[in-house]
Ligand binder design. Structure first.
Ligand code: PMV
Length: 305
């Protein structure tokens, strides 16, 4: 039996703008999806979504992984048990994490010899198959870990401050939100393009602030980024409630992560303010998760035999 895990992520800057080639900064977080895999006579996939065999409806990501790995190795059957600290479909990259961790586990279990770059690429192909479209950001960051400038794929310094995630528990569709932004941009290109390019500009300015650990200035920019996400229509009443609750209770900054519309926001805070910020998020109906960034991407946790 082998156990592998891969992290989720938050966007410090640049979601949506990255779709139009602008720079973004994405950061792996220490919330992991673990995959326990062992050889078996048939296919069994066990998760909170249910216990199934090969099943493209209930477990599309893992079923695609198994199908793809069957082209690389002689796989008769396999039993995969998934455990995740990441809420599903909430902008934290849960689908990327389960895909990356599953590929990595089967890669080792069957000695397929894929490099980390190949794992990231294969996971992106699978995300695109399941979702129709997906940027390579989530799968890359989940594979490599760290704080990453995209599309350049350059790792920068880790953040030293904690991250408090607030989940609205409202499902949102990345595809729909990306489509809404595209419609708005088609209607008002001269208004929306400068907003997207301003977001990209913030990511570029932020690189030095992350390196200098200047979180107060970084936080000011993150709050501006949040305002521009609202401007392009990907905010919601619940997200704003969590964002303002976090800021009013002493967070350095707070913004949406991912597609928006629902899903999660996150805040940066000093160590002393963490519990206060988490409580303020819960007080207005959100679910708070205290975490931090991580340099480690996908990894093997154990391998017996
Ligand atoms: O909500 P998520 O984690 O799928 O992030 C979406 C990020 C977007 O920039 C809105 C879309 C993308 O593919 O980059």
């Amino acid at each position: 039996m082998i156990t592998c895990s891969a992290p989720g992520k938050v966007y410090l800057f640049g979601e949506h703008a990255v779709v139009y080639g602008q720079t973004a900064i994405c950061c792996a977080v220490e919330l992991r999806t673990r995959v326990h895999a062992e050889k078996s006579d048939d296919v069994q996939i066990l998760s909170v979504l249910g216990n199934t065999g090969f099943d493209m409806d209930v477990h599309p990501y893992i079923s695609h992984v198994i199908r793809m790995m069957c082209d690389l190795a002689d796989i008769k059957g396999v039993r995969l048990h998934i455990e995740s600290e990441l809420p599903v479909g909430s902008g934290l990259g849960s689908s990327a994490a389960v895909t990356v961790a599953s590929i990595y586990a089967l890669n080792h279990l069957y000695d397929c010899g894929l490099s980390l770059d190949e794992v990231a690429k294969a996971a992106h192909v699978i995300e695109r198959k399941v979702q129709g479209s997906a940027s390579p950001t989530d799968t890359y960051v989940s594979t490599m870990g760290g704080v990453v400038m995209v599309p350049q794929r350059r790792k920068i310094s880790l953040l030293k401050c904690p991250i408090i995630i607030g989940n609205t528990n409202r499902f949102s569709s990345t595809k729909e939100l990306v489509g809404n932004v595209a419609d708005l941009r088609n209607e008002f290109p001269s208004v929306i393009d400068p907003i997207l390019s301003n977001i990209g500009q913030m990511s570029k300015l932020a690189e030095e602030l992350v390196t200098k650990h200047d979180y107060l200035t970084l936080g000011k920019l993150m709050n501006v980024n949040q305002g521009l996400l609202d401007a392009i229509g990907v905010g919601s009443f619940e997200l704003s409630s969590l964002v303002y609750a976090a800021r009013n209770s002493g967070a350095i900054s707070a913004k949406i992560t991912g597609a928006g519309g629902g899903g999660c926001m996150f805040a940066l805070a000093e160590d002393e303010e963490v519990f206060q910020v988490a409580k303020s998020i819960e007080d207005v109906g959100g679910e708070a998760i205290i975490t931090k960034n991580t340099r480690e991407g996908v990894r093997m946790e154990s391998f017996n035999g």
